[in-house]
Write a protein that binds this ligand. Structure first.
Ligand code: UFG
Length: 337
């Protein structure tokens, strides 16, 4: 069976859904610190999914897991992933994301499991020297979150040399949207991400949406990012695992769309899709935000035969429907025709 760490979280749960819809047997391992038991229960209702609550920082939890199940490979999502928090609490990021991953890798080696797909990030590149960013761009990360992921990439190289552990590192850009049937979705507490925050202000007009900085060196002064739909991203994980099974080769891929949108453009798209004026204010810059990040995805297209299919507008629609669902528990289908 395929072990998915962090399978109760946002991206992990969408990957699990994709895997079970493609007839995989999935074992979710999650400490539920950021993931949700409701998400796990939903997934269990849709396919062959088992769940074990446990923590990567606890070697015994991992040992019990690998002793109890016949694990063929791993997709490793479990991590803390907020840039700003990582600057304030680096120890939390280093202990969980690096030490926790070493525990996972050591347990894998001990049990002769040597294939892993790993969630890395465009944050490993730091301030881009050029855009679009390809996989050969230097990795000069500027925050502890990015550094924790970069260190793991290096550790995986060392484990490849020492133990023949084969890894695919997927460097995500910005992820958006939810399952189209609104069974699972993006559910962070607190929420810091752009699209859910705009939507929260659309639903609750007393909550003004803040644009963090309109004085960047970009076309309209706001930051540019590459928003890839979570279902497209989920599909890339399955393709990456299947590539690993077939080729048994360590690789790295950027996952984005290749298109950059400014914060103002995303905001305008939300107003248009939701057909609503949303209260907005310009605030000062948030620390650690590079002006422009978007991906060159030529390699993933060519080697994984992956193609992101969904538009920014589609991501906004599903994100809105999900947000409505969790906060009012009344899924609306007015936007999703
Ligand atoms: N933004 C706002 N207002 C908000 C929230 C965000 O203006 O309320 C802006 C941010 O300043 C940034 C852009 O919208 O310019 C995107 O911000 P997000 O927080 O949605 O995403 P990030 O680009 O900061 O972070 C994402 C992932 C990280 C990853 C990072 C790589 O969430 O895990 O990309 O840079 F590390």
């Amino acid at each position: 069976m395929l072990l998915v760490t962090g399978g109760a979280g946002y991206i992990g749960s969408h990957a699990v859904l994709n895997l079970i819809e493609n007839n995989y047997n999935v074992l979710i391992f999650d400490n539920l610190e950021n993931g949700h038991i409701e998400t796990v229960n939903t997934l269990i209702g849709f396919g062959n999914v088992k769940f074990v609550k446990g923590d990567l920082r606890n070697l015994e939890d991992l040992e019990n897991l690998f002793n109890s199940y016949n694990i063929d490979g791993v997709i490793h999502f479990a991590a803390f992933a907020l840039v700003e928090e990582s600057v304030k609490k680096p120890s939390k990021y280093y202990i969980n994301n690096i030490y926790g991953t070493i525990n996972l890798l050591d347990t894998m080696i001990k049990h002769n499991v040597k294939k892993i797909v790993f969630s890395s990030t465009c944050a490993t590149y730091g301030e881009p020297k050029y855009t679009p960013i390809d996989e050969n761009h230097t990795q000069n990360t500027i925050n502890p979150y990015g550094y924790s992921k970069l260190v793991v990439e290096h550790i995986m190289d060392d484990y490849d040399k020492a133990y023949e552990l084969k890894s695919i590192r997927l460097r995500y850009f910005n992820v958006a949207g939810s399952d189209e049937k609104i069974r699972i979705g993006e559910w962070h507490e607190p929420e810091t991400h752009l699209i859910p925050n705009i939507i929260k202000s659309a639903i609750n007009e007393s909550k003004t949406f803040n644009i963090f900085g309109a004085d960047y060196d970009t076309k309209d002064g706001t930051c540019i990012r590459d928003y890839v739909n979570v279902l497209d991203l989920a599909e890339a994980h399955r393709l990456a695992y299947e590539y690993l099974l077939k080729e048994n080769q360590t690789e790295v891929f950027n996952l984005g769309t290749g298109n950059g949108y400014s914060v103002k453009e995303v905001f305008n798209a939300c107003e248009k899709v939701l057909n609503k004026k949303i209260p907005v204010e310009i605030k000062s810059r948030r620390s650690g935000d590079p002006a422009k990040l978007y991906a060159d995805i030529t390699k993933a297209k060519k080697i994984l035969k992956w193609e992101p299919k969904r538009t920014l507008e589609e991501s906004i629609k599903t994100a809105y429907l999900w947000e409505n669902y969790i906060f009012s528990n009344t899924a609306s289908n007015m936007l999703y025709k």
